[in-house]
Design a protein. Structure first.
Length: 429
């Protein structure tokens, strides 16, 4: 962490010499040409503090970390020493508790806190105490264990954890013996410390993992959906796709399987435009990343548009149906043409494999469960027949793509399609 602070300060002082400023105070740090010293001036160019410091940290509302002769401290806009310039390290980001400012300082490899009257409030005795106070508590560590203190150095939560985060909304993530949980400000376990992984809350539920199995908990730590699934996607608009023993299901937020309705069979979405097909080809060839955070690739955004699927308002099962419906109706029109692709106007499944982007096939299969087994009018062959030819040609040329192509072929042949009646996915016959 010391190195991180040093790096941050060096970046601030060396690489951005004229843009460190406080919008409240309208003061900027500067270093005169040919000088090694730093000072401060206001927006009119008037020098407020003459250049004399070896390094300066980021400017904040009132105070700034400065280095002089190898030691660190804090000054205000009038160049008054708020924290004596005598420490080996400081955290340039201070915290405020009940109108008192606390600065994390390091001396002889130990950390403590000094207030804005230059008084040591928390003795400089901890191995770590540099993250500041969050909701009145600061994480500290000693002899390899961490806990939490208040501003008087009273231990509120015993130093018994291997690691911990910061308190946000009265709870904090903690780590112990390789497991993760969450505690409140009294140290009570809100989420039991038994999980290998706890991810962020989405739709009111967080995905958790134990020994490679997945489930979901609510915001008070109650296990709403048992940790039993081999895979589980994040909840979106009230549903999640899960897998157990090779079977795939859509479940609601109580864990019950959802019946997929067939009301979208008529594909009421207008026919895709030619420009959309062209974009899909271009985006997959260039492997462009999505703008929408919940998606991975940019082609998915166009695919949803072509399917009239609303990522924010449609449920997950509805999105799957819409993409399925659109694909089944127009799949032979997904043709691409480009230098380096020997199938003129060949199907996009072949096009993406040609340009080493098997992710398209995997996403279309795993996310949207589309049909792959159809004849491409461009060459009269299915994508599996295309792959067989590519494997044969690759073997002749000595290329290393055979394994990748075989994996894609196996995926296509084993792909499952959703059976609404049985509410599960079944292998394509």
């Amino acid at each position: 962490m010391k190195n991180l602070i040093t790096i941050c300060l060096l970046l601030a002082t060396v690489f951005t010499p004229f843009i460190l400023y406080s919008q409240d105070l309208k003061i900027y740090s500067f270093r005169p040409a040919g000088s090694e010293k730093w000072g401060f001036k206001d927006s009119s160019g008037k020098i407020i503090i003459n250049p004399k410091y070896d390094e300066v940290g980021p400017l904040h509302a009132k105070f700034c970390a400065v280095n002089l002769n190898g030691k660190w401290g804090f000054i205000d806009r009038n160049d008054k020493e708020i924290v004596s310039i005598k420490y080996d390290w400081v955290n340039p980001f201070y915290s405020i508790v009940n109108n008192t400012t606390f600065f994390a300082v390091n001396l002889n490899n130990k950390w403590g806190y000094v207030d804005d009257t230059n008084k040591v409030i928390v003795p400089i005795k901890y191995d770590k105490a540099l993250d500041g106070f969050f909701e009145g508590l600061s994480e500290v560590s000693l002899n390899g264990k961490c806990g939490f203190i208040d501003k008087t150095d009273k231990v509120i939560i015993p130093l018994k954890y291997d690691n911990a985060g910061q308190f946000i909304n009265n709870t904090c993530r903690v780590y112990l013996n390789g497991k993760i949980g969450q505690i409140d400000k009294t140290g009570k376990e809100v989420i039991p410390i038994k999980y290998d992984e706890i991810e962020i809350f989405r739709d009111g539920l967080a995905r958790v993992q134990i020994n490679g199995k997945y489930g979901f908990i609510d915001t008070i730590g109650k296990e709403i959906i048992s940790v039993k699934y081999d895979s589980a996607e994040f909840f979106h608009n009230g549903s999640s796709r899960v897998e157990i023993s090779g079977n795939h299901y859509l479940i609601d937020k109580t864990g019950k399987s959802i019946t997929v309705e067939s009301k979208i069979e008529n594909c009421n979405c207008p026919a895709p435009e030619k420009v959309d097909y062209a974009k899909i080809c271009s985006y997959t060839k260039d492997k462009k990343i999505a703008v929408e955070e919940s998606l991975n690739y940019l082609f998915q955004e166009i695919l949803l548009k072509m399917s009239c699927a609303d990522l924010k308002n449609d449920s997950q099962e509805t999105i799957i149906q819409k993409v399925n419906c659109m694909w089944n109706k127009y799949k032979t029109k997904f043709s691409c043409d480009s230098l380096g692709f020997h199938v003129s106007n060949g199907n996009i499944l072949k096009f993406t494999l040609n340009f080493n982007f098997p992710d398209f096939t995997y996403y279309m299969g795993d996310y949207y469960n589309v049909d792959f087994m159809f004849v491409d009018p461009a060459d009269g062959k299915t994508v599996v027949e295309y792959i067989d030819e590519e494997i044969a040609n690759t073997a002749k040329n000595g290329s290393g793509r055979i394994r990748e192509l075989n994996e894609v072929k196996a995926f296509i042949l084993e792909k499952r399609k959703y059976n609404p009646k049985e509410q599960r996915f079944e292998p394509v016959k």
